[in-house]
Design a protein around this ligand. Structure first.
Ligand code: C2O
Length: 578
């Protein structure tokens, strides 16, 4: 039985007093620390659901080791590749201010780390505190290469909510009884949808509702009458998840490492790539008691999905109370229906940024650049002489403004930095659909997408508004869009087609939630704003990995600003080569 407690060794006591003479006026310098990690990527045989699969792991852990640091700290992670596959790691949600070389998406900011090679990611955690995640960012390797990023407040600062007695990361994942790489390779080859996963997991464990898993159930041991901070992370590949704990309500205090106005809820919805800190108050009257926590998908697409439930156990007291063999179902917390879009919409509307003097919401009030981008599925032609298993004998594809983004064979950031765009990328992604249609109505007859490496260029510090419009081509479906290098403010969302004349009047420019991953509502739209204050090349894509694989991705180039501290520095010497 594991009780989770995050250690944070401090070497502050050892800091010589003389340092303080220089830096006590600058609290950041006085307390900032450099933290070193080594990530060894290795093969490992992992057994779940009675299937042993050779998967890739970091430091032989699944989920991988947590990165723990404080706001203001510099983090150095040396990633060593001991496997045959190319690997990169992305620090999902880390702003990477002027450290785009450390962002990690393969062929976007770097060439992958090849067999026997290493690369040290080097960045500083600025202006963020909360929970994020790290994960592999090439093909589907993030299925087993992922883990928590825990950013604690600066040493002299506290949470803007009750101090928790303990903290515990809760990482949701997906388990396949086969190598996940074979699943996506087969799907891309046949053009059909990928096989669905065989289980969801909590901290790597499927839980006792699955075959062969009675001993593979996550257990969180708690004391009565205390407050626990749960750091929720959705690291699943392709599924948005509902989460709940029986007989307990949760207080949401943070989303994507930004504080929110606290609110209570029985159920939390997390899209892949999203994170949230929630407070769990344990009941003062329970001394020996056991409760289930559970997660299962929210899904609206037409494809097949894994509709199973992962459970963990919240355990009060010292002795384990046996769970009755009968009636387990009655102990599982109630979760919304699998397609309960109204719940999801209402939940996301409850998220408001703290927006106070200490943590202001710096929402762009005016807009320099507007983008209206359709996101959704489409098709690509089946190659000659092949038979394809996608819609009507085509291949599945996905696009932004009908462009399915082709990854280059060299890194975009390197091509941009060395001014060698020719033959690598173009800067012609349309800012709005070339052929407008009724996006959420009857789809057009021609569902073919075009295919290119088309980027958008933004001047430094432009204030940007993006409206993401879901389409109903091959079925309306929600898409969690993730933007690298920035947080954005979600100023509005709605169902149907976005109305540029009416909808902006209802935008929240006061306290919108600040995130890095926004769900585009099923059959609807979401609008967000941000300042393009971070020079580099930044990926944006659907965080359902199958949609990323099909091309629902793009990249923004943010130009350097005029001042020296507004420019992207040259790449580190050990940046991998293609
Ligand atoms: Cu979490 Cu580009 O990904």
């Amino acid at each position: 039985m594991a009780s989770f407690h995050l250690p944070l060794r401090s070497s502050m006591a050892a800091l010589p007093v003389v340092l303080c003479v220089l830096s006590c006026f600058l609290p950041e310098l006085a307390f900032a620390k450099t933290r070193h990690y080594t990530f060894n990527i290795r093969y490992q045989n992992v057994t779940r659901l009675c299937h042993t699969v050779k998967v890739l792991t970091v430091n032989r852990r699944l989920p991988g080791p947590p990165l723990v640091a404080r706001e203001g700290d510099r983090v150095l992670i040396k990633v060593i590749n001991h496997v045959a596959e190319n690997v990169t790691i992305h620090w999902h949600g880390v702003r990477q201010l002027r450290t785009g070389w450390a962002d990690g998406p393969a062929y976007v900011t770097q060439c992958p780390i090849q067999t026997g090679q290493a690369y040290t990611y080097n960045f500083t955690l600025k202006g963020q505190r909360g929970t994020l995640l790290w994960h592999a960012h090439i093909s589907w390797l993030r299925a087993t290469i992922h883990g928590p990023i825990i950013i604690l407040p600066r040493r002299n600062e506290s949470y803007p909510f009750e101090k928790p007695h303990r903290e515990a990361p809760i990482v949701f994942g997906e388990w396949f009884n086969v190598d996940p790489e074979s699943v996506i390779q087969q799907a891309l080859q046949t053009g059909g949808g990928p096989n669905v996963s065989d289980a969801y997991t909590i901290n790597g464990l499927p839980g006792l509702l699955y075959n062969c898993s009675s001993n593979d159930t996550f257990k969180l041991k708690v004391k009565p009458g205390k407050t626990y901070l749960l750091r929720l992370i959705n690291a699943a590949l392709n599924d948005e998840l509902f989460f709940s704990i029986a007989n307990h309500s949760l207080t949401v205090v943070d989303a994507d490492a930004s504080y929110v106005k606290p609110f209570q809820t029985d159920v939390v919805l997390l899209s892949p790539g999203q994170t949230s800190n929630v407070l769990l108050k344990t009941n003062p009257n329970f001394t020996n008691a056991t409760f289930f926590m559970a997660a299962r998908p929210y899904a609206t697409g037409q494809g097949t999905f894994d509709n199973s439930t992962t459970v963990g156990i919240l355990h009060y007291g010292h002795s384990s109370i046996p769970i009755p063999a009968t009636g387990i179902a009655s102990l599982i917390p109630k979760l919304p229906a699998i397609n309960d879009t109204n719940f999801v919409f209402n939940f996301s509307r409850k998220l408001r940024s703290l927006a106070n003097a200490k943590f202001p919401a710096k929402v762009p009030q005016t807009v320099d650049r507007k983008f209206f981008l359709t996101v959704g599925l489409g098709t690509a032609p089946c190659p000659n002489n092949a038979t394809c298993q996608g819609p009507n004998g085509t291949k599945f594809a996905a696009s932004i403004n009908n462009v399915s983004f082709a990854l280059p064979s060299t890194a975009l950031l390197q091509a941009y930095f060395s001014r060698r765009a020719n033959g690598v990328y173009r800067t012609d992604l349309p800012a709005r659909p070339i052929f407008p249609f009724n996006y959420t109505g009857t789809p057009p007859n021609n569902t073919f997408v075009s295919n290119s490496t088309s980027l958008v260029v933004l001047p430094f510090n432009a204030s940007v508004e993006v409206v993401l419009q879901g389409t109903s081509i091959l079925g309306a479906e929600s898409h969690p869009l993730h933007l690298h290098g920035f947080n954005f403010y979600i100023v509005g969302e709605g169902f149907g087609n976005f109305d540029p004349n009416k909808d902006p009047a209802n935008f929240n420019l006061v306290d919108p939630v600040e995130r890095n991953t926004a769900g585009v509502p099923t059959g609807g739209w979401v609008a967000f704003r941000f300042f393009a204050d971070n020079p580099g090349v930044w990926f944006m894509h659907c965080h359902l990995d199958v949609h990323t694989s099909w091309g629902l991705r793009m990249a923004w180039i943010v130009l350097d600003g005029p001042k020296p501290n507004q420019k992207l520095p040259p790449p580190p010497a050990d940046l991998p080569k293609c």
